[in-house]
Design a protein around this ligand. Structure first.
Ligand SMILES: [Zn+2]
Ligand SMILES: [Zn+2]
Length: 739
């Protein structure tokens, strides 16, 4: 049956209550082809495979052949891999010493890409011994790989530890011609900032061995590919961003499950999936959690005879291979997966993709949507929006989804909590000499390391003198901070950062872990350990906190209309004073908590709401504090609209200032030292406030709801909130900001 008829037939289902909010038709696009110069043997390889180069691929190959550093940001399935494999193999064919290092963000991706590279190697009759080198590589095989393999695939976590032993990599590093970094949009935030420092460490080692490899990067579409590449690697890049591959027609449906409140969003997702599978559409459903990936496939299986599977990180590699293979051959008809399948794993094109819950970024959404479409066939994508501000905002404003630019990937190279650890690593790897880039950029940090006896200045440069292993003290996806171990019966159940432990692991807190409830018996703050006991109870706990915020340094200031917006450093302290025992929404009991305040310094953007507006609010009998607090929540929920982060990365604070001086709203990075989000908020505040106004205005609720001003992370239990006051304040601010 045709896709449009399958969509129409949804309306005949007894669970259809007008969920289709929008239908977008994405037209077909013709392919454009191009030419590039390379070895005859590669030409015949491409012919044998029936591959014609698209013009964006041939442009990329030309630029790489000219010796440029290149970033390619075309969509899924547009042939990015071929665009960098061709010039790499071309060099390998003509220079028997040449080496290439491929870096992927995950182990699974390295394994997947190894197959593609081996295939090309075999076909070309080359002997490059391409190998994966990571934590799973047996120790006894490692020396041979370092010596003989001309293509090594690895990940940043591994490299971070290998660099210290660079002398063992001498042959490889001194002949290194290419560094390929794939999926660089995943190098953002804390992880990305760490990887950027790691790349700087790599470059000084390459330099030490006299090599100067070209960097070839690839990424999903982001708003700032050139800036992001420059920050990640510290060089200027040439950009290939136009996609000239063929694209079939696509129908893109927005599905609002809230119109049928008797059926949960997850339930509707599984019904949609079963409906498509039963109409012979091979379907991939993306879910927001591992648990949902399992549940959706289970529920869907109950509604169809066709083979349906779940797929997520944590499965054994053989299991994953088998599912990928089943998708490629068409044997498996439906898969529900976490975003583990969003990155470049090769599964061929599918007929339909369901995105169950907005995945947090436009970039991810299009990555996932890009899995739909094979050859000339039409394909279908459904976005199921959940009950939260971003999802509902897009359902109501489809143009904001289809016409908008992708998010900015953010990196921070100045957060000492990140840079100091890497500088210590760098000083372990090679002395940091006077005049070196690193020394000049981070002179203050290096002096501080010297003062703290972590690094010692010698005639040869600064060397590590600490009593611990420098790389062991740095976690790439974490800011150096206290972690709390959750212990059950003497065994480690999980770890969490201190802020999360304050919320979820205080004494007598209920803790959910893989569907089971535990009660915290003891929380030892000094040791960083919480002991839990398994106990089924019919309530949950919620810690309540008050925040305090102090501006320590104002760094920038601008006028937007006649509103003053500032950016600077703040000191935040959160006081967890008590916790509630709740059943559904009902509070059963309230208990005091005795915990020292949680304090951290971070970056913040803030603006002032004039007194005249707030006086008017109060004269109307509305709550000024509730209005400011509501706006703070709504801004936080929409910040991921611009910056690649999620709302848990951002904190907020709002206050009705004393002495009739109006009010203030603060948006800060929830990480010690900051990672660049508040900076982005400062740049984009006018835009952000306009979206916030639309969000709050357009929500159908009377007094606020999870789709507009409620926040799941509010320390104050969403109190006070005043939607009407928020709308009024935003309207008046709009007149001043002119949005
Ligand atoms: Zn609402
Ligand atoms: Zn709040």
């Amino acid at each position: 049956m045709e896709i449009s008829r399958i969509v129409e037939s949804l309306k005949d289902q007894d669970w259809y209550e007008g969920q289709i909010e929008h239908l977008e038709l994405l037209p077909e696009r013709k392919a454009e082809y191009g030419q590039a110069n390379f070895d005859e043997r590669i030409k015949s390889f491409l012919e044998r495979k029936g591959l014609d180069l698209f013009s964006h691929q041939s442009r990329a190959i030309k630029l790489i052949n000219e010796g440029r550093d290149v970033i390619i940001t075309t969509p899924t399935a547009s042939g990015k891999t071929l665009a960098f494999n061709v010039p790499v193999f071309d060099r390998m064919l003509n220079d028997s010493d040449s080496r290439a290092l491929y870096i992927y963000p995950t182990k699974a991706l390295s394994q997947d890409q190894l197959e593609t590279i081996k295939d090309m190697e075999a076909d070309l009759g080359l002997d490059l011994e391409p190998r994966v080198y990571d934590g799973d590589t047996p120790r006894d095989q490692r020396p041979g790989i370092r010596k003989r393999s001309r293509i090594i695939l690895t990940n940043p976590y591994g490299l971070h530890h290998y660099l210290e032993w660079h002398h063992k990599w001498k042959d490889f590093f001194s002949n290194l011609d290419f560094v390929i970094m794939d999926e660089i949009h995943s190098y953002r935030g804390v992880f990305g900032s760490n990887v950027a420092m790691l790349v700087r460490r790599m470059e000084r080692i390459f330099d030490h061995y006299g090599s100067d490899p070209q960097f070839i990067l690839s990424s999903a579409t982001i708003a700032n590919p050139l800036e992001h590449s420059r920050k990640l690697v510290g060089r200027e890049f040439s950009l290939i961003s136009e996609d000239s591959s063929f694209r079939g027609r696509k129908k893109f449906l927005f599905w609002n499950p809230l119109t049928n409140p008797d059926n949960s969003a997850h339930n509707q997702t599984s019904k949609l999936m079963a409906h498509f599978v039963n109409h012979d559409l091979q379907t991939l459903c993306f879910t927001l959690s591992r648990r949902l990936a399992e549940l959706i496939s289970e529920w869907c299986s109950g509604r169809t005879d066709a083979p349906v599977r779940a797929y997520r990180a944590g499965y054994r590699p053989e299991e994953r291979r088998e599912i990928e293979e089943g998708l490629r051959t068409g044997e498996i008809r439906g898969v529900s997966a976490t975003n583990a399948l969003e990155l470049g794993v090769d599964i061929g094109g599918l007929d339909a993709v369901i995105i169950s819950g907005y995945p947090g970024t436009i970039t991810s959404s299009w990555q996932q949507a890009g899995r739909a479409g094979r050859g000339r066939e039409d394909s279908l994508v459904v976005l199921v929006g959940f009950e939260n501000p971003l999802d509902q905002f897009f359902l109501k404003h489809p143009r904001e989804f289809f016409d908008r630019e992708h998010e900015h990937a953010i990196l921070d190279l100045d957060n000492p909590n990140i840079t100091m650890g890497h500088l210590a690593c760098a000083a372990t790897e090679l002395p940091i000499r006077e005049g070196e880039d690193l020394r000049q950029t981070y002179s203050g940090e290096i002096d501080a390391l010297i003062d703290n006896d972590v690094v010692q200045d010698t005639p040869n440069g600064a060397v590590f003198s600490g009593t611990y292993r420098a790389s062991g003290a740095v976690k790439l996806d974490n800011i150096n901070e206290t972690t709390v171990k959750i212990i059950h019966n003497g065994k480690l159940l999980e770890t969490m950062d201190l802020a999360q432990a304050y919320r979820e692991a205080h004494e007598n807190a209920t803790l959910l872990h893989q569907g089971k409830t535990y009660i915290v018996k003891d929380f030892d703050l000094e040791e960083g350990v919480a002991e839990v006991r398994w106990k089924e109870v019919d309530y949950f706990t919620q810690a309540i906190s008050e925040s305090d915020l102090e501006i320590t340094r104002q760094l920038e200031k601008k006028k937007a209309g006649d509103v003053v917006v500032s950016f600077g450093e703040v000191s935040v302290s959160e006081h967890y004073s008590h916790y509630k025992e709740k059943k559904y929404d009902r509070v059963l009991d309230v208990h005091p908590l005795e915990l020292p305040p949680l304090e951290f310094d971070t970056e913040c953007s803030w603006f002032h709401v004039p007194e005249s507006i707030l006086t008017n609010v109060e004269e109307k009998g509305l709550g000024a504090r509730g209005g400011l607090h509501a706006i703070e929540h709504a801004i936080i929920s929409l910040t991921p609209f611009y910056a690649m982060c999620d709302r848990w990365d951002i904190g907020g604070f709002s206050a009705r200032n004393p002495l009739e001086e109006g009010g203030s709203i603060f948006i800060y990075d929830a990480y010690e030292g900051g990672i660049g989000i508040a900076d982005e908020v400062y740049e984009l505040l006018e835009n952000l406030l306009e979206r916030t106004y639309e969000l709050v205005m357009d929500c159908d609720c009377e007094e606020g709801c999870p789709s507009c001003i409620y926040s799941p992370k509010c320390g104050n239990d969403n109190d006070p909130l005043d939607k009407e006051a928020a709308v009024y304040i935003l309207e008046k601010l709009g007149e001043r900001f002119v949005y």
